[in-house]
Write a new protein. Structure first.
Lengths: 246, 368, 373
């Protein structure tokens, strides 16, 4: 696995009026990493991610994703990344098959490629029974797995996951992370935001955002040592307490 | 009771915070009243006509002058031949051509008879009919005037009084209609959307599980819109009175009471719609397409009901707006009291109970 | 190109799967076209005619006889006094009241001049004008016949004569209001449905979150917009077709002009409407807001389009405003082409304006659609 950076962020900032949602953050993500972008709700994670995936313009700072600039080359970025939104946004009134076909199509995959992908997904995810059901009728866990698979359809270099396990039971969450590991093993970089601190343990490296700033960034093991905590949740609480007392 | 008030307050927050919708809710009635008051009228005014004068004598010139001085027409062109008529109509500006036959004045004196042809573009039958009638009146008056000078000519004078609307302001006819439409649409549509939104978002179940009784939930949803509609009604009435000098001959109190009754009728209709519609979109479309057009066209608002074919007249009886328009016109323009409109009031009352009854029935079915 | 194909396919699937909306898009307009075209008429007939005859002479009876034999009037039993007739008018049972004074015939014979009193319920000003004109015509007819008889009795020659008036109605010989209103209502329905559907559609994707998902893909703005608008454009043309078929079969509305011109114009007109819908959806957050704003503008546009009331009757300033109203031109073109057989050159002025609007509105809409915030 090469050690090149697929995401480089320098002093990235986003202001809404006087409110600093993202305050001059800097970090890099290496190819093939599972990078966890942690923080409490409202810490600025989603805002930061939106800038990286090219749907929000930064107020200042620099960033490049997959080698492309987030100010001037957003369309190229979008060709090379996948995205799974918080709402698992698939079309409720289309079937599983139709959703896959649609998203594959707009990423420019050929009909035969799409057919291949569907075959693989049916086997891997055991979709035989639901492939022709409307997505709206599926339980949340299925929507989640599907949403993730759709984001990978065009074999992107990087996949951005925004709170991918919200509202899903622990067993399904575990299964989902298996899927993430598989993708990472194939060389895909995973950028995942979450407020579940226990999931952070699954990542190669994590950063913790508090009030728009990155207050800590390292491998989970090292963070626990640094903060004398037994799990990342404690790390986070300590950080949060510190920032309150500032 | 406190719970209920808390619930009503939440509903007010919803409405108040949606500034765009609020703007439309109040802006729409005002815009419509202004439009109808100042711009919309189906009376004809300065219609462009053309003259085809084969005679060009003193008589025709005199008749043409009388036409020119009428406020109904504007004489725009003089044609030279019949063949030009088609082209002129196709262009669309000229609505009628007055055709004087050759030697018009001479024939009138020598033969005691001559002919004028009024060629009207009847694609708009209303304009065609009105123009023809007005032209006929002018010609007949002229005819009578030249006949009086002969012995034996008689004159019948007509003294005409336009009751309830002496200056014939078209706004008098439209304002009651606009008020009715706005009240009905806002009340029915807003209520149905508000309830279906809770259904769609899933928060309806939360409300139903709460200690609030179902009828309290519905009532709480409806109360803010009653207030909004009353404010709307007041704005419309004030605008009519002060800008258009529309009278309120009858009792304001009665007007207010009947308006509240109608608002409640519309609200109950909205509730009924919300039991049928699953999504907000459906509720909106039913209210707009299924309610607005029929109400505008069948309630007597613009088109007189008596001129419609019988089946439509019967359907028009099922529309609450129709009865309310009669009530408003009666109170505002004719100054009648409850004695003259009790029938319509009872009908509105009955409709309200009917809509509520069905809604409750459907609701019970759902619960089972 | 293929991307657009995928977008369009998805849209159609969604539209036709929406079981609740399908009847509203197709069946409701049809029902409305059928019902409302029958309702929309300004024709004044069955005028409830009340009278008070204080004269009771041959002349007064002859006058009343003319009203009773007229197709316009519905003669009511005579009222004993004006107060009672007025009461009936307050109740809404009488449209016009004619008062014949008790010296009617005497004055006519002795002084050659006599008077009548007419009271018209003028709440509907336009109808009142027409009713009053009808009454006048009948009275003048009565007067003329008396004049002629008197002249013959006195053997007076050199009477100035009678002007015969021949009305001639073109394009709509029977003055059938349906002929006038059906094309207009068709315009109305096609416009409303296309506008509401397109406006709400994009906002719904915003509400649900799929719009964001699409914004992250490499889809170009133009591809997305074309993919969104094309299905509704087709639906608009489809509705026009259904409407025209119904108009011909059920109402026997003439289609004198070329259908090709009609479709060509509609195709461009729909682009304007869809553009407006798109524009609205760029600035609203919820479906309700989109719906409201669309409703607001549609009602104003339609009222000021000459559909129900003539533009010539509006004050000058209002007429100026209507020159910016695309619906006005569509109504004009549809009526001109269908009812008068207008040709391509006849509708050029409207066509140019329409084209300009299509470019302007869609340009604005595309420009204001932001993939990046």
């Amino acid at each position: 696995m090469s050690e090149e950076n697929v995401i480089e962020v320098v002093e990235l900032t986003k202001k809404f009026g006087a409110f600093l949602a993202v305050d001059a953050i800097s970090f890099e993500v290496k190819a093939g990493e599972i990078f966890g972008f942690l923080g409490a709700n409202g810490a600025g994670k989603t805002t930061a991610m939106k800038m990286l995936i090219g749907i929000s313009k930064p107020s200042s700072g620099e960033a490049s994703v997959a080698g492309f600039d987030v100010y001037t080359q957003t369309e190229l970025i979008k060709k090379n990344i996948g995205y799974m939104s918080q709402k698992f946004a698939l079309y409720d009134d289309l079937t599983v098959r139709e959703n896959i076909t649609f998203f594959g199509g707009i990423y420019g995959l050929s009909r035969s490629t799409i057919k291949e992908k569907i075959k693989v997904l049916v086997t891997d995810l055991k979709l035989e029974n639901i492939i022709d059901q409307l997505v709206g009728a599926l339980p949340l866990g299925w929507k989640q797995k599907l949403s993730f698979s759709v984001s990978l359809l065009h074999d992107p270099k990087i996949v951005f996951l925004d709170e991918p396990t919200g509202g899903v039971d622990p067993i399904t969450r575990r299964q989902f992370w298996e899927m993430i590991y598989n993708a990472a093993d194939q060389g895909t970089t995973i950028f995942v935001t979450t407020h579940y601190m226990d999931e952070a343990e699954y990542c190669d490296r994590v950063s913790i955002m508090v009030n728009g700033k990155i207050e800590a960034m390292d491998r989970p093991k090292r963070l626990k040592e640094q903060f004398e905590a037994s799990n990342l949740n404690e790390v986070f609480l300590k950080l949060a307490r510190n920032s309150k007392s500032d | 009771m406190k719970r209920f008030i808390g619930f009503v307050r939440k509903e007010f927050y919803h409405i108040y915070r949606d500034k765009r919708s609020l703007f439309i809710l109040f802006g729409m009635p005002i815009a419509q009243i202004l439009l109808f008051g100042f711009a919309i009228t189906n009376e004809i005014n300065k219609v462009e006509i053309a003259i085809l004068d084969h005679a060009k004598d003193a008589t025709t010139i005199e008749i043409i002058n009388k036409m020119a001085s009428s406020k109904y027409f504007s004489i725009n062109r003089y044609l030279a031949a019949e063949s030009q008529v088609e082209g002129v109509f196709k262009q669309g500006k000229i609505k009628a051509v007055i055709n004087f036959e050759k030697d018009f004045g001479e024939k009138l004196i020598k033969n005691g008879q001559s002919t004028i042809q009024i060629i009207a573009d009847a694609t708009d039958p209303n304009t065609a009919n009105s123009i023809t009638n007005y032209i006929q009146s002018i010609i007949q008056q002229y005819n009578q005037s030249i006949n009086i000078n002969q012995a034996g000519g008689t004159q019948v004078f007509m003294q005409t009084h336009m009751a309830f609307n002496p200056e014939i302001k078209s706004v008098f006819m439209f304002v009651p209609g606009v008020m009715t439409i706005i009240l009905m649409l806002v009340s029915a549509m807003m209520t149905s959307i508000s309830i279906t939104r809770e259904k769609e978002l899933g928060t309806m179940e939360i409300l139903l599980v709460s200690p609030l009784k179902p009828f309290q939930v519905v009532l709480g949803k409806v109360v803010p819109y009653i207030l909004l509609s009353i404010i709307n009604a007041i704005i419309i009435i004030l605008l009519s009175i002060f800008i258009f000098k529309m009278p309120v001959q009858g009792s304001l109190l009665l007007l207010g009471a009947e308006s509240v009754l109608f608002i409640i009728t519309s609200l109950s209709l909205g509730i009924l719609i919300s039991t049928i519609a699953e999504t907000q979109q459906t509720a909106m479309m039913i209210s707009l397409m299924g309610l607005m057009l029929p109400v505008i066209l069948l309630s007597g608002f613009i088109f007189p009901i008596s001129s419609m074919p019988l089946p439509l007249q019967l359907i028009s009886n099922t529309i609450p707006a129709k009865w309310f328009i009669i009530i408003i016109k009666g109170i505002m323009l004719k100054g009648v009291g409850i004695a003259f409109i009790w029938k319509e009031t009872v009908i509105l009352f009955g409709m309200t109970l009917f809509f509520m009854g069905i809604s409750i029935y459907k609701y019970k079915i759902r619960l089972e | 190109m293929k991307t657009i194909g995928y977008l369009i396919q998805k849209e159609f699937k969604q539209i036709f799967r929406n079981k609740g909306m399908l009847p509203i898009i197709f069946i409701l307009p049809i029902i409305q076209l059928l019902i409302l075209s029958n309702a929309a008429t300004y024709e004044v007939k069955d005028i409830n005619f009340g009278y008070i005859d204080s004269d009771h002479t041959t002349s007064s009876r002859a006058l009343i006889e003319r009203f009773s034999s007229s197709a316009y009037f519905n003669l009511l039993p005579p009222f004993p006094s004006f107060a009672e007739a007025n009461s009936a008018m307050l109740e809404g049972n009488v449209n016009v009241i004619l008062e014949i004074p008790n010296n009617f015939e005497r004055e006519l014979i002795n002084n050659k001049k006599t008077g009548l009193g007419l009271t018209v319920d003028a709440i509907d000003g336009a109808a009142a004008g027409v009713e009053s004109a009808y009454v006048n015509q009948i009275v003048q007819g009565f007067n003329q016949s008396i004049s002629l008889r008197a002249a013959n009795r006195n053997n007076v020659n050199g009477l100035s004569g009678v002007i015969t008036i021949i009305p001639s109605y073109w394009y709509n010989i029977t003055l059938d209001y349906k002929t006038f209103m059906v094309p207009g209502i068709l315009v109305l329905l096609v416009t409303m449905i296309t506008l509401f559907l397109s406006g709400m559609n994009i906002v719904r994707e915003k509400e649900v979150g799929t719009l964001e998902q699409i914004n992250v893909t490499p889809i170009k703005k133009s591809q997305f917009i074309i993919g969104k608008l094309f299905p509704f454009w087709l639906i608009g043309l489809g509705l026009l077709t259904i409407g025209l078929v119904l108009a011909k079969i059920i109402f026997d509305i003439p289609i004198l002009g070329s259908l090709g011109i009609l479709y060509f114009y509609t195709a461009i007109y729909l682009l304007v409407i869809l553009g407006i819908g798109l524009f609205i959806s760029n600035f609203t957050e919820t479906q309700q807001q989109a719906m409201f704003i669309a409703w607001f503008f549609i009602v104003i546009f339609i009222l000021m389009s000459g559909l129900f009331t003539p533009i010539e009757s509006m004050p000058k300033w209002a007429q100026v405003i209507t020159t910016f109203n695309p619906i006005r031109y569509f109504v004009e073109v549809v009526r001109m082409v269908m009812l008068k057989g207008a040709g391509f050159t006849d509708i050029l002025p409207q066509l140019w304006k329409n084209l300009a609007y299509a470019i302007l509105v869609n340009g604005l809409a595309v420009f204001s659609y932001k993939k990046v915030n």
